[in-house]
Design a protein around this ligand. Structure first.
Ligand SMILES: [Zn+2]
Ligand SMILES: [Zn+2]
Length: 295
């Protein structure tokens, strides 16, 4: 049973999510609701399986960090994300009213088949997220924001939401928002989310998954472990959000076979002054402190 879960969880979760999405689209069911249900189910299931077949049993024992991660989760999903969803369309309308009519400015291939639109949107959003993430590692100011995500010293499902809110906003501004500006349809965006949310919910999970060749396509937990290495030569890799196709293109894909995990998870030596074990608010403000970190 554990073997089946290890090898098939990623594939079956993505396939189930996409099936639910296409059924919902065919029957005009609220797509946002379907994506939310799939996301919540995957996260809760991942948290349950972590206790049963952990990759590293020690990672199931917290050091007081769950409160920080839970606070970040509530604020990102309850405040930051809804605000972005509320204001982004207003900014799009503002841009159109100052540039041209929507009809003349739609650059997205809305006349192509839905599958082609989904592939185009997925590749473009992932390209934006790839560079947003890579710049967060190489730009001094952006690294101050991103250090919060790397400050966790263990990997488990809820890590996925430990992000500085400004990091989250920059990611959105460089990935989804440009697509909205060029007229991507809402159902294509929900299709992208149906494809990628299950991957993201499993990405930090402390589950001993062995996803085989899918590791060369999706940013799985097996790959993402190396991105959280405290050795910067290992961590400055695998920048893709849910896919690693752009890492393959730009030469930053890293899947070492010397072992299945880095020696240590956490911040690199350059960010030694960052308060990795501090509470949420202190971590939030540390990004602006004088000696926080350097990229
Ligand atoms: Zn990173
Ligand atoms: Zn991560």
């Amino acid at each position: 049973m554990k073997k089946v879960i290890a090898h098939w969880t990623l594939a079956l979760t993505v396939a189930s999510s996409m099936s639910a999405f296409f059924v919902a689209r065919a029957f005009s069911i609220n797509l946002e609701l379907v994506v939310f249900a799939v996301t919540a189910f995957t996260l809760i299931a991942a948290m349950a399986v972590e206790g049963w077949m952990p990759f590293d049993p020690l990672w199931n024992a917290g050091n007081g960090d769950f409160k920080t991660d839970a606070t970040s989760t509530v604020l990102l999903l309850g405040v930051v994300d809804p605000l972005l969803k509320a204001f982004a369309p207003l900014l799009v309308v503002f841009a159109y009213s100052n540039i041209a009519t929507r009809e003349t400015f739609t650059l997205f291939p809305v006349d192509a088949s839905f599958l082609v639109q989904l592939v185009v949107a997925t590749l473009l959003i992932e390209l934006g997220r790839y560079w947003a993430h890579r710049w967060h590692h190489t730009n001094r100011f952006l690294w101050r924001l991103h250090a919060m995500h790397h400050s966790s010293e263990r990997l488990y499902a809820v890590n996925n939401f430990r992000f500085h809110p400004l990091n989250y906003v920059v990611n959105f501004a460089l990935s989804t928002f440009p697509l909205m500006l060029i007229g991507v349809p809402a159902d294509v965006l929900f299709g992208y989310m149906a494809l990628t949310q299950p991957v993201l919910m499993l990405q930090h999970a402390n589950i001993d998954l062995r996803s085989g060749w899918l590791n060369y396509v999706f940013s799985s937990n097996e790959l993402h472990r190396w991105h959280h290495s405290s050795d910067s030569t290992e961590a400055n890799s695998n920048y893709g959000s849910a896919l690693v196709v752009w890492d393959q293109v730009f030469g930053t894909f890293k899947f070492p076979r010397k072992s299945r995990t880095p020696k240590r998870i956490g911040l690199f030596e350059q960010s030694a002054n960052y308060p990795a074990r501090a509470g949420y608010l202190q971590q939030l403000l540390s990004a602006f402190g004088p000696s926080c970190c350097r990229a």
